[in-house]
Design a binder for this molecule. Structure first.
Ligand SMILES: [Zn+2]
Length: 435
């Protein structure tokens, strides 16, 4: 009767070892950790967010490939940097810039970002070291943190024009809730916006050059995607028939009463148009290497960049991905599905960059991974709740339980756990294989 029913779970499947090799979503049924950086082979590497179907029906794209020596692709990329001709790469970068550089002072490059340390660094370098004329663009988080908002303002104050795309918040809430129900991936609508808005605005403004910070391969996407240009499938769709938003077909969302303009901020460009407008999206990191900690020092030196006031939930850092209160639940849902928490994300990157040792990394992961985001939970549950004063009856009636609370969230969590990662004992749910 309801489109989104309350999920039924048989928690016996987690008891004992009989299902220890049964994995969901096509995840590898043996959990392995990279010998060098401690990241896990369960790490999903979704490239085309706009094609993901419901997670309980379909296999997640693919997961991180480990090489025969049990080392992950991101570590191989880092190792490879030792043999790279850095001057040549920089020259290649200059050649690209020369092709697009404005002769009359018009804007000539679009820099996407939040005003966090990484996007600040890229925009500032382009403007002051390379003499380009960047315009910065931001897709709004779900719920700005105080320091996230301040850092966007700092970016602007440091001498950059910014275009902020803030989608209709009722639709943003609804799509996040649907993504939670379908994929346990409440951050998904933001990822869509963040990937799709920059090339779309570039096309509108007639500025075909877009420069992002890091290559996704540096965060464990497939190594063959480590190249100067972003994959075109990241930002485009061949036709709207194949488009899915929050796991739902585009047409189905329209049938539920949503309008085209409601969905527009989340819809990617059509591939044909992207090619016709000659949009090019490059990764700054491919030409310069990438070290988030150095980006942080650079941002502090060159602006009023602020870290958050406190340690970020689920990890030990204060300066990465701190703009959105939803981040905490993104990392928590990720931990439930793949057994990989926010501390692991930070640790593996910092080990690769030589900032911390394996031993320190293990301690940090054991201490912080999977920490529950209690501090923001009420605000986020309210955000996901489909209340009658904000939504039409037709929308409210899609949900068996329009309200989200701790009990509802926990029930969903358990539904999305995979028995090869989690077992249940008298302590509750525990990882089968710890670092
Ligand atoms: Zn690794």
């Amino acid at each position: 009767m309801y489109y989104f029913k309350k999920k039924e779970i048989d928690s016996n499947i987690f008891v004992g070892d009989k299902n220890a090799k049964i994995s969901k979503y096509g995840l590898p049924n043996e959990v392995k950790y990279c010998k060098k950086c401690l990241t896990s082979n369960q790490r999903a590497t979704t490239r085309s967010e706009q094609r993901i179907k419901k997670l309980d029906q379909d296999i997640q794209d693919k997961t991180l490939k480990f090489f025969d020596d049990n080392i992950c692709g991101a570590c191989k990329i880092k190792e490879g940097w030792k043999n790279i001709d850095i001057e040549k790469r920089k020259n290649d970068f200059l050649k690209i810039l020369e092709k697009y550089r404005s002769k009359n002072g018009d804007y000539d490059v679009v820099v996407p970002g939040s005003g966090g340390k990484d996007s600040f660094y890229v925009a500032h370098k382009l403007k002051h070291e390379y003499g380009m004329n960047p315009i910065t663009v931001t897709f709004s988080p779900f719920l700005y943190t105080d320091w996230g908002w301040k850092n966007l303002q700092n970016w602007i104050s440091a001498g950059f024009e910014n275009i902020l795309n803030s989608p209709n918040r009722k639709i943003y809430r609804l799509l996040s809730r649907m993504a939670l129900e379908n994929m346990f991936h409440p951050w998904h609508p933001w990822i869509l916006g963040q990937k799709n808005f920059p090339p779309k605005i570039a096309a509108k403004l007639g500025i075909p050059l877009v420069i992002y910070g890091e290559s996704p391969a540096e965060y464990c996407n497939p190594i063959e995607e480590y190249r100067e240009e972003y994959m075109i499938d990241w930002h485009t769709i061949d036709n709207k028939e194949n488009l899915r938003l929050s796991g739902e077909k585009y047409q189905d969302l329209l049938s539920m009463g949503l309008k085209k303009n409601d969905l527009e901020p989340f819809v990617p460009m059509l591939k044909d148009e992207f090619i016709k407008k000659k949009i090019k999206c490059f990764a700054f990191s491919y030409f310069h290497g990438w070290h988030p900690q150095s980006n942080y020092y650079y941002a502090v030196q060159n602006s009023n960049f602020q870290t958050s006031d406190e340690r970020t939930i689920g990890t030990y850092t204060k300066s990465g991905s701190i703009d959105d209160k939803m981040d905490h639940f993104y990392y928590h849902t990720y931990y439930i599905k793949f057994g990989i928490g926010r501390a692991t994300h930070d640790v593996s990157q910092e080990i690769r960059n030589g900032d911390i040792s394996i031993k320190e990394g293990k301690n940090l992961i054991n201490k912080y991974d999977g920490e529950f985001p209690e501090k923001v939970e009420k605000e986020i549950y309210k955000f996901w709740t489909i209340d009658k004063s904000s939504f039409s009856e037709k929308i409210v009636n899609l949900f068996e339980c329009p309200e989200v609370n701790r009990e509802y969230y926990n029930n969903l969590s358990n539904y999305f756990r995979s028995p090869h990662i989690w077992k249940k004992n008298n302590m509750g749910f525990v990882l089968r294989k710890n670092i």
